[in-house]
Design a protein around this ligand. Sequence first.
Ligand code: PMP
Ligand code: GLN
Length: 397
Amino acid sequence: MAADARRQAGRQARRLDGIPPTIFTRMSALATLTGALNLGQGFPDEDGPASVVEAARQALAEGCNQYAPGPGVPELREAVARHQQRHYGIDLDPDTEVVVTTGATEGIAAALLGLVDPGDEVAVLEPYYDSYLAMIQMAGGVRRPVTLRAPDFRLDEAALRAAVGPRTKVLLLNTPHNPTGTVLTREELAVVAEVAVEHDLVVVTDEVYEHLVFTGHEHVPLATLPGMRERTLTLSSVGKSWSFTGWKVGWATGPADLVGALLGAKQWLTFTSGAPLQPAVAHALDAERGWPAQLRDSLERRRDLLVTGLGEAGLTAYTPEGTYFALTDVAHLGWADATAFCEALPGLAGVVAIPCQAFYDDADEGRHLVRWAFCKQPDVIREGVRRLAAAELRATP
Ligand code: PMP
Ligand code: GLN
C-alpha cells in the first residue's frame, strides 16, 4: 500500500506525513529491475581491507555474539578516541565522550531525538541528506534550510544567519557534504562557530566523508574550532572511509552531556549495536589506518574520470572537493525535472542516477540537479559515461 493510501486508511502515524520513501532504495530497485548500471546509491563495488573482514570472522568464531555494552565495546570506543586524537588532536574520554551507533544513520536519529523538543528549530544545510528531513520531523523539530547554491555551493553567511533565530536549538551540519561535494573551509566553519556561540546552539556535524577529501582541500572538524568542543556532537562511521557500508557501524563523539543525550535515545532505538563487528572496526581504525588515504587517492582519479566523461556526454559536472558524488544540472535537456530524467535514464542509457529534489525544500533550486556516484570500479564508470555519451538524453517534446 502506498504511503498516501496508508495515511487515508488511518494506520500510519502523522509523524511520517510527507516523508517520501528513501530515494536511494527507490533508485537501486530501479537499477535491479532494469539491469541498468547503478551510479546512484553511494556504495562501493569493492570491499574494504581483508584484515578487517578477517577480524570480524574471528570475532564471530570466538563467541563475540551476545549483546555489547550499550555505549559500545570499550575496544572500539578507545580506538575512536585514538583516531580523533591522531587526526585532529581532539582528546576524548572513551567512557563518557564516545558512543558506538548503528551507522551514522542511527547517530543522526538518536542525536535529533535526544536533543530536539517539539517546536524546536533545526537549521540544516540544503541540499540535505534525506534522513535529516525524516528525523527532524520525527523528533517534532522544524526544519530551517540554509541553501548551498550552484555553481560553487558555498556556505553563505547571510543565509545561515537568516535561518537561525530564537527558537533554533540545533544546527545540523555535514562536511564533506553529500550531495554537493563541498568541503567547508576553516573560514566558513569560523562563521558557523560564531553563529553557534552567539545563539547558544548545539551543532550536530555529520563527518562520514571526513577522509574522502581531494587535493587542495582539507577536512576541518568543527569541534577543533575555538569554543566549539563543548557544543559539538560529531558523527562518523566505518562505511565510507573503510568501504564497509553494509556493516552499519558508526560513532558519535563530543562532550559527555551531548553524547549522553544521544545515548539516552539510542538505548531505546537499538539498545546496543552489532557485537562482532565492533572489534573488527577497532582493528580498521588502528591497524588499517592508512587505508582511507589510498581510497581517497583512487577516488580522486575516479572523480576525474567521471567528471571528464560526463562532460563529454554533454553533462557538465560541478567538480566535488570531497565525498564520492558529483552533481550535474540537466535543465538544458528539456526535462520537467531531475526525477523525470532519472526515471527515464535506465531506458535511455542503461544507467541509474539520483535526482536531488528529495534533498531540497526549495523546489526550484534542486529541480534539475542529478547526483552521480564514482565509488565504482574505473571500468564501470567508463562504461557508464560511454553509455551516456551514446544515448539521446534530451526529452522528447
Ligand atoms: N550521512 C551522510 C551524509 C551519508 O551520505 C550517509 C551515507 N549513507 C550517512 C550519513 C549514513 O551513514 P551510515 O551508512 O554509517 O549509516
Ligand atoms: N549514503 C549513501 C548515499 O548517499 C547511501 C544511502 C543510504 O545510506 N541511505 O547514496
